[in-house]
Design a protein around this ligand. Sequence first.
Ligand SMILES: [Ca+2]
Ligand SMILES: [Ca+2]
Length: 483
Amino acid sequence: MTQPLSHYFISSGHNSYLTGNQLTSASGTTTIVKCLQAGCRVIELDCYNGPVCKHGGTLTSPVDFKDCVAAIRDSAFVSSPYPVIITMENHANPDNQAKMAAILRDVLGDKLFVPDPNDARSAYLSPEALRGKVICRTSLKKDADEEFKKLIYICNSKFTSLGEMIKQEKVVSSSFEESALPRAKELGTYDAEEDAEAEQEKKVLQAKLTKQQIKLQQGEEQGPEDALDAGCPPVEGSLQQLYAYTCRHLMRVYPAGWRVMSGNYNPMKAWVRGASLAALNWQVWDKALRINQGKFLDNGGCGYVLKPEWMRVPGASLPSRPPRQLTVRILSAHKYQGSNCWIFKDDLFVRIRIFGMPVDCAVKQTKTVSNSGRLMDGGSFEFDVRFPEMAVLSIELMDEDAVGDADADMLGYCSLPLATLAEGEFKLPMHSASTGEPKKTKDTWVKVGFTFPLTPYTGNAPAQKRSEDEHAQEGDQIAKARV
Ligand SMILES: [Ca+2]
Ligand SMILES: [Ca+2]
């Protein structure tokens, strides 16, 4: 934990002062406490005169800035000793910034990190050097209050080109809305797939909104001032350029404004670009939070995971390497059916997904056992994995619906970082798809066997029967993965 902050992925929250949706929910401190306890290390506060925190331009009720800071003080180091970053979307005037500075000093006391004014800031300090501290991040306008300025260690800047971003002498930080992420040609089809999924989610969401919600959404404020507008043409470049920026500076990605029910984008989209902070709404548990949970199980759940070496050394680029073969055997799965002893039992199948670098993403599933709640010998599934240090393995226990896979219900899941996967047979505890909390192992479980030899898989083994097409497709993907 002795490398600069920018060398780590850091578990992050978005609009952390909201307790529910983005339009009408109450502001408060429950989400702040919940995510700090789960290891999240970045709390976002939208600050207005008062000083209060609220979602500007919506019917969300405000909460005192002071209450938020006190909640951060009380829960910051319950789950991890490593630094907590308060990222402030600052809409407060200089007088209120002075009040905020006084509150930060009073409430946090010696937990507040006050940067050394003589530090040239050519690199960020490490999580170890900042252990037990709360750090402030925001963008500073020219008329910013002097006392407030003194407390800001991570300064947000707005860029319109990667070249301009890389040249910065002092370490800075920048924010990007999920749809305005820098485009890298190496991620072409991956982005298209993620965009299509987001577009689909948006359609479903828009259809569900009430008239009042649509009205509110249309009147919504124009996102943070320090971020590139979603309307701007995206910054273009290569992964190598992106890593040249992100290995020194802190990049933050946040959910699109249309996600008014507090849903999320896939954080892997941010991490593959080297972004340290993939800010997520923690108010509603979803796929993105499941992936985030798996990723940050690594490194003792402290909220910081070191980036792969090829992302953090000067001149870094995605290496080309042969895959390793991961085999997942589904030995059995079980969901307790209660006193329901003959009709309408669950139709179980297990879905296995890998979220990671584009070339490694994959999904496979077992057959379905109808009306039983019990699945025996689900079979063996092979995956070629090139970048396990990035990947999250998701084992999902599903109940098939008459309509098909798209409507299948998730009965439980287990997300694991591939970086530290152990070989052997395990009875995996399942987590609730709607809360992320572990379920009772006696009622719901999946028994699995993992093998993941260190030696690269050469692709010639007879066990792996693959069509010509698959080989050709893989060749394309490798070509795309190379920088
Ligand atoms: Ca915000
Ligand atoms: Ca069913």
